[in-house]
Design a protein around this ligand. Structure first.
Ligand SMILES: Nc1ncnc2c1ncn2[C@@H]1O[C@H](COP(=O)(O)OP(=O)(O)O)[C@@H](O)[C@H]1O
Ligand SMILES: CC(=O)N[C@@H](CCC(=O)OP(=O)(O)O)C(=O)O
Length: 293
C-alpha cells in the first residue's frame, strides 16, 4: 500500500512539469556508448514514449558512432577521427548513410512503436531537412563531413502535428556538391533545436554531465551559464569530447533554445528524472540572464 502512495506521489510531483511542457518542443540527442546497451535503450525509449504520450513534442535525433565503427571494422576499414569528427571518405560516407539511416534509425522507430508510441524515421535528406556544405578548416581535411547551412523544419513539424515522434538520422544533403555529408549528431541536434525554437535540448552521454574534474564523477557541475564556458575551457576543465558538446549547447542557447542539458545516458530513465522531477541530475546550461526558476 505504501508503495502505491509513493508512486502516486511521484506522479503528482510530475504534474506541474507536464503542464509546463505540454505542447512544447524538446529535442533529445541519443547516441554514443549510451546507445549500445539494449537495456538502456529500452529505458530511454520508454521515457521518450511517455513524454510524447503526455503531450510533449519530442524530437529524437540519434547518433550511432559505435555502430558505424563496427561496420567499418567488418569491411576491414579503420575509423579515424580528426578533432573528434570521423574522417569520412566516399566509401565511409556510404557506410554512414547505410548504418544511420538504414539500420539505427529504423531500429529506433521500431522500438518506439513496440513500446506504444508512433514514430516516423527521417534523415537529413528527407524533405531537405538538413542541408550542408563541406566543413572547411585551414590545414584540416575531414572528407565528407558537413557544416549545416540550413534546416527545413517542415518534415519534423508535419510529423509532430500528425502525432508522430520524428526520429532523425544526421546524414545531410549537400548544397555545394552532388553528395551527402556526415554530421556529428550533437551538432545536428542543437541546430535542429534552434530551428524549431525548442524549449530544451537534451544531450545524453556516458558521464554524469560536465565534471569539474573529468576523473571524479562526484565533481558534477549542476548549472553552467553560457558566459562561463570559455573560462572552463581555458582552465582545462572542459576538454576532449565535452568541448563540441558544450559548444553545441551554447550555440543553441544563443540561437533561442531555452535551456540545454548534458545528462547521463547510462542511468535508466535519466530523461524523466531531469524533465519531470524536482531533481536535476546532469548539467544544465543556461543563458547569462536566465533567472533559474
Ligand atoms: N569536464 C568534463 N566533464 C565530463 N566529461 C568530460 C570533461 N572533459 C572531457 N570529458 C570527456 O568527454 C566525454 C564525452 O564526450 P564523447 O565521448 O564525445 O560523448 P558521446 O559518445 O556521448 O557523444 C566523456 O566521456 C569524458 O571523457
Ligand atoms: C562527423 C561525425 O563524426 N559524425 C558521426 C555521426 C554519428 C554520431 O555523431 O554518433 P554518436 O553521437 O553516437 O557519436 C560519426 O560518423 O560517428
Amino acid at each position: 500500500m505504501e508503495d502505491s502512495y509513493n508512486k502516486a506521489g511521484v506522479l503528482v510531483q510530475a504534474l506541474p512539469y507536464i503542464q509546463r511542457y505540454t505542447n512544447k518542443t524538446i529535442v533529445v540527442k541519443y547516441g554514443g556508448n549510451a546507445m549500445v546497451s539494449g537495456e538502456l535503450k529500452d529505458a530511454v525509449i520508454s521515457d521518450i514514449v511517455l513524454l510524447s504520450l503526455v503531450g510533449i513534442h519530442v524530437v529524437l535525433v540519434h547518433g550511432g558512432g559505435p555502430e558505424i565503427s563496427q561496420m567499418l571494422d567488418k569491411i576491414g576499414k579503420q575509423s579515424r577521427f580528426v578533432n573528434g569528427l570521423r574522417y569520412t571518405d566516399a566509401e565511409t560516407m556510404d557506410i554512414v548513410q547505410m548504418v544511420l539511416s538504414g539500420k539505427v534509425n529504423k531500429d529506433l522507430v521500431s522500438l518506439i512503436q513496440k513500446k506504444g508510441g508512433s514514430a516516423v524515421g527521417l534523415c537529413g535528406l528527407d524533405g531537405s531537412l538538413i542541408q550542408a556544405k563541406k566543413l572547411e578548416e585551414p590545414g584540416v581535411d575531414y572528407g565528407y563531413v558537413g557544416e549545416i547551412t540550413d534546416v527545413n523544419i517542415a518534415p519534423i513539424v508535419d510529423a509532430l502535428e500528425d502525432g508522430y515522434i520524428p526520429v532523425v538520422a544526421t546524414v545531410a544533403e549537400g548544397v555545394d556538391d552532388d553528395c551527402c555529408y556526415n554530421i556529428n549528431a550533437d551538432t545536428a541536434a542543437a541546430k535542429i533545436a534552434e530551428a524549431l525554437g525548442a524549449l530544451k535540448v537534451v544531450l545524453l552521454t556516458d558521464v554524469r554531465g560536465v565534471l569539474r574534474d573529468a576523473a571524479d564523477e562526484a565533481s558534477l557541475i549542476s548549472v553552467i551559464r553560457a558566459g562561463e564556458v570559455d573560462l572552463l575551457k581555458r582552465d582545462g576543465v572542459i576538454k576532449g569530447g565535452m568541448i563540441p558538446k558544450i559548444d553545441c549547447c551554447v550555440n543553441a542557447l544563443r540561437g533561442g533554445v531555452g535551456r540545454a542539458y548534458i545528462i547521463d545516458g547510462r542511468v535508466p530513465h535519466s530523461i524523466l528524472v531531469e524533465m519531470l522531477t524536482d531533481e536535476g541530475i546532469g548539467t544544465m546550461i543556461v543563458g547569462d540572464k536566465d533567472a533559474l526558476k
